[in-house]
Ligand binder design. Structure first.
Ligand SMILES: *Cc1c(COP(=O)(O)O)cnc(C)c1O
Length: 379
C-alpha cells in the first residue's frame, strides 16, 4: 500500500503490553491503582536513575502532572510563572487553570529551548513581584541548558518545574531529563516516544511531593471511613489497565530511543549537501537527545526560495504527515497582550521550522516514499 498515510509519530507497541493488560483483567484489577501502576512507577524510577533516588506518581496526562506541581507550589492568581514560550499548550494551560500570570521566555539558538539570558532578564525585571516557578521544556527531546538555567533559578530562589514530556530517554551531562526540576513532568500521550494511549507522570526526589500528588490526584480524600475532604482535589490518577501498557512500553524504551536517533541520522544523510537546511542539533557532547521528532529549519534565502511550507505541502500531497514547529505561546490568540522576554528567536524558529515523520515504526519503504517526495523539490 503505497498510499497509506505516513504519520508524524504513531504508537509503537513492543509486544509485552498485552501480557500486562491481560494480567489486570485476569485479576480483575481494572480499577485505579494495583500492581501495574506500582510496577510502572518503579520502572520509570529505575530508568531515570539506577539509584532509585526519584519517586514517581503515574497520572492521566503530562498536563495533569504540571497542574499538580503548580498546585503544590501554591501558585495563585497573584503569582507569576516564567514559561518557555516555544512549547505545546500542555505546558501553559495548567498555569492558566490556576489563573496565574505567565511571562513568556524566549528560546536560544543552540537548543531552541529556554534562553538563560532572557530568563535572567525576566527574573531581574520581576524581582519585586511574586514569581513562583520557572518552566523550561526539552523540545523534541533536546535537553535545555539546565546547568545555566538552574544556576540562575537558584540565584533568585525560584523552583523549577521541568517539562520533560518530550524528553524521556534524553540526557544532559549524563543525567536523565525529568530529574532536574524540583518536580518534573513526563507524558505518555499517543504521539510520544512511548505511550500508554494517554498518560503522564510526576517525578520528584521528594517523597512528600509524590505523596501529595497521589493524594490530590485521587480527589484529595482525607483518611476517614466516610468521604471527607479538606482540600479540592482532582481525578488524575492512572488506571491499572493503562499502566499495563506502560510496563510493556518501558521494556522497549531504550530501543525506541535508538530507533528515533537512527531516523534522525537518515534525514541528516539525506540532506547532506543541501544548503539552507538546519537541524536541531546537540550543541556538544553534554547533550543527548532522544530525537523524539527530527526537526529542521528551512531557510528560503539559502534554499533558492523553497520554504518550510513548500516542504510540508509536497509531503502532504503524498499522504506524508509533517508539522510546523510549535507556535510560540505568546503569539497565540489566547495569550494576546501577554509579556514576552527576549529578542524573538522562537518566532524565527516557528517561521522556518518543520517536524519530519519520526516514528520508531517507520519502515525502509516509508523512508523511500519520504525521500522520493523530498527529491521532487530538493534534487
Ligand atoms: C505532550 C506534551 C505535554 C502534555 O502532555 P499530555 O500527556 O498530552 O497532557 C506537555 N508539554 C509538552 C511540551 C508536550 O509535548
Amino acid at each position: 500500500m503505497t498510499n497509506s498515510k505516513i504519520w508524524l509519530s504513531s504508537p509503537h507497541m513492543g509486544g509485552a503490553e498485552e501480557k500486562y493488560v491481560a494480567e489486570a483483567f485476569a485479576s480483575n484489577w481494572i480499577a485505579p491503582l494495583g500492581p501495574n501502576v506500582t510496577g510502572f512507577e518503579n520502572d520509570i524510577s529505575q530508568f531515570i536513575s539506577e539509584q532509585l533516588e526519584y519517586k514517581v506518581a503515574a497520572l492521566l496526562s503530562g498536563t495533569a502532572a504540571i497542574h499538580l506541581a503548580l498546585r503544590m507550589l501554591e501558585v495563585t492568581p497573584n503569582d507569576i510563572v516564567l514559561v518557555q514560550s516555544f512549547t505545546f499548550c500542555g505546558t501553559t494551560n495548567p498555569v492558566s487553570y490556576e489563573h496565574a500570570q505567565i511571562v513568556f521566555i524566549d528560546s536560544e539558538q543552540d537548543t531552541w529551548n529556554m534562553c538563560p539570558e532572557a530568563l535572567e532578564t525576566a527574573l531581574e525585571k520581576y524581582k519585586h513581584h511574586s514569581v513562583k516557578a520557572i518552566i523550561p521544556v526539552h523540545l523534541y527531546g533536546m535537553p535545555a541548558k539546565m546547568d545555566e538555567i538552574m544556576l540562575i533559578a537558584d540565584k533568585y530562589g525560584i523552583p523549577i518545574i521541568e517539562d520533560a514530556a518530550e524528553a524521556l530517554g534524553s540526557k544532559y551531562k549524563n543525567q536523565a531529563c525529568g530529574t532536574f526540576g524540583l518536580m518534573s513532568a513526563l507524558s505518555f500521550n499517543g504521539n510520544k516516544i512511548i505511550t500508554t494511549s494517554g498518560g503522564g507522570a510526576l517525578v520528584s526526589k521528594s517523597q512528600h511531593y509524590i505523596d501529595q500528588a497521589r493524594f490530590l490526584a485521587t480527589q484529595a480524600r482525607d483518611e476517614a471511613p466516610h468521604y471527607q475532604h479538606s482540600q479540592i482535589g482532582y481525578n488524575y490518577r492512572m488506571s491499572n489497565v493503562v499502566a499495563g501498557i506502560g510496563r510493556g512500553q518501558m521494556e522497549v524504551l531504550d530501543l525506541r530511543v535508538q530507533q528515533r536517533r537512527d531516523n534522525n541520522k537518515r534525514y541528516r544523510d539525506y540532506f547532506k549537501g543541501v544548503p539552507g537546511i538546519i537541524f536541531q542539533t546537540e550543541p556538544t557532547n553534554d547533550f543527548f537527545s532522544n530525537y523524539w521528532l527530527t526537526s529542521i529549519l528551512v531557510d528560503p534565502a539559502i534554499t533558492a526560495g523553497i520554504s518550510r511550507e513548500d516542504v510540508r505541502l509536497i509531503l502532504d500531497k503524498q499522504h506524508i504527515d509533517s508539522r510546523p514547529l510549535w507556535k510560540p505561546m505568546h503569539m497565540q490568540p489566547v495569550y494576546e497582550g501577554s509579556s514576552f522576554i527576549g529578542s524573538g528567536i522562537c518566532e524565527k524558529l516557528f517561521e522556518q521550522g518543520l517536524c519530519l515523520p519520526s516514528g520508531s515504526n517507520l519502515s525502509d519503504t516509508d523512508f523511500d516514499r519520504i525521500f522520493s517526495a523530498l527529491d521532487s523539490i530538493f534534487k
